[in-house]
Every structure is written in C-alpha cells, then in structure tokens.
Design a protein. Structure first.
Length: 228
C-alpha cells in the first residue's frame, strides 16, 4: 500500500481535511473535503463557549459536555470515512497534522467564560481536540503544528526543497480545481511534512562494519552452540 497523511485546519464547527501522498518532488492530493463536527440541531453548537457564557456554571458544564460528546462522534465519523475511502484505494494513513493557533494552555472554565478572548481560544481548541481524538481513536498518530511555525518547520522537514514544495502545493488549485483556499494549502503542507518525517524515520541505517575482534567472538559463540 502507498503511504498518505492527513492535514486538518479547523474553524468553529467545521474544518478542512486534506490527504496527500507522494514526496517532496511530487506532492499529490488524494482527498480533500469540508468536515462538519457540530450538530446544527443543538442551539449554540457552532460556538459552544459563547453559548455557555449565557448559562449558569453547572448548566454550562453540562452543555459543554454534551457538545463534546456530539462533536467527537461527528469527527470520528468524518475522519473514519476518509480513512476507509483511502484504504479502499490502497493508501495507508501514516500520520496526521492538526494546525493550531497559539497552542497556549487554557485556564479553568469560570475564567474562560469571563473573557471574550479566552472564549474564542477555547472554541478553537474544542474543535481541534475533537478531530485529534478521532485520529487517535483510529490509531493515527497526531502532530500539532502551530501555524506561525509552519514555514520554519517546512524548512526543517524539506531542507533546501522547502520553497519548491510550498510553491507546488500553492499552485495545485490550477490542476485539481477549486476549492483550493488557504485552509487547503496549509493543511496539505502540514500533511506533506508528516510524510517527510515518516520517511526520514523509516529510512534504513547503513550497515555497521564488524571488526576482527567481534568476528572472532561471533565465530566462538557459533562454535560453542554447535558443541552443545
């Protein structure tokens, strides 16, 4: 089976998932889709922390717990469908990347609900966490990448080929057609980085030469085994 990786960029209640294959010289998009992981039948589901701020603390905790369960289920169904489709086309998912904003830890719920800025941060983390858990449930390793560090990490992953890879990904829209937005481009780049890292880890190490002393030891051990 060929290898592929997932890149995911989330918004409030929805996100873009891109699956890529190939190497630095030929990044290919195998799948791209908009995934929805908030139930429109639940009031406030697209912005759960905004809605929770209008509730009392015990009720807000129950509301957020319910939204969490629903969004995690929808994320699992969405990512699982992509995995099954790619498996049917003989592609194995070797990893995933979820793009982050700041990636800073969040305080307690009362402090979050008291700050409009923290409410936005918590909602971003809420939906990213749902897709992360979906990938983990499907036994897909997850790498979190801060968007502001994406270019620097691309240089680490691709070396001198980084700008060429980024240029190819940016121009893919002309060959595969729309939509090919910033969401798709950044998700594809993050996924391509995962593939590059996997190849680096999996590349075989050169065989080590065995010195004369080690050869004599191995010959002695082999001779001893034959005598028993």
């Amino acid at each position: 089976m060929k290898c592929a990786a997932l890149g995911i960029r989330m918004h409030s209640g929805w996100g873009v998932l891109v699956a890529v294959s190939g190497d630095a010289s030929s990044v290919e998009v195998m799948e791209r889709r908009r995934i929805v992981i908030a139930d429109p039948r639940i009031a406030g589901a697209n912005q759960p922390y905004h809605y929770a701020a209008s509730l009392g603390l015990p009720e807000s905790e129950r509301f957020l717990a319910n939204c969490t369960a629903v969004s995690e289920g929808l994320a699992l169904a969405a990512v699982g469908e992509v995995v099954r489709e790619l498996d049917g086309r003989h592609y194995r998912i070797v990893g995933s990347a979820v793009l982050l904003a700041s990636g800073c830890p969040l305080p307690s719920l009362p402090k979050i609900l008291a700050s409009h800025a923290l409410i936005h941060s918590a909602e971003g983390e809420f939906f990213r966490d749902a897709v992360r858990k979906a990938c983990e449930h499907l036994k897909i390793s997850v790498t979190a990448i801060r968007e502001r560090e994406l270019d620097e990490q691309a240089k680490t992953a691709f070396g001198n080929a980084a700008s060429r890879v980024q240029g190819r990904i940016s121009s893919l829209g002309s060959s595969i057609g729309p939509p090919w937005t910033k969401d798709h481009k950044t998700a594809a780049l993050a996924a391509a980085m995962i593939l590059a890292r996997k190849r680096t880890v999996a590349s075989p190490r050169p065989a080590q030469k065995i010195g004369p002393l080690r050869k004599r030891v191995e010959a002695t051990e082999h001779f001893g085994k034959r005598q028993t």
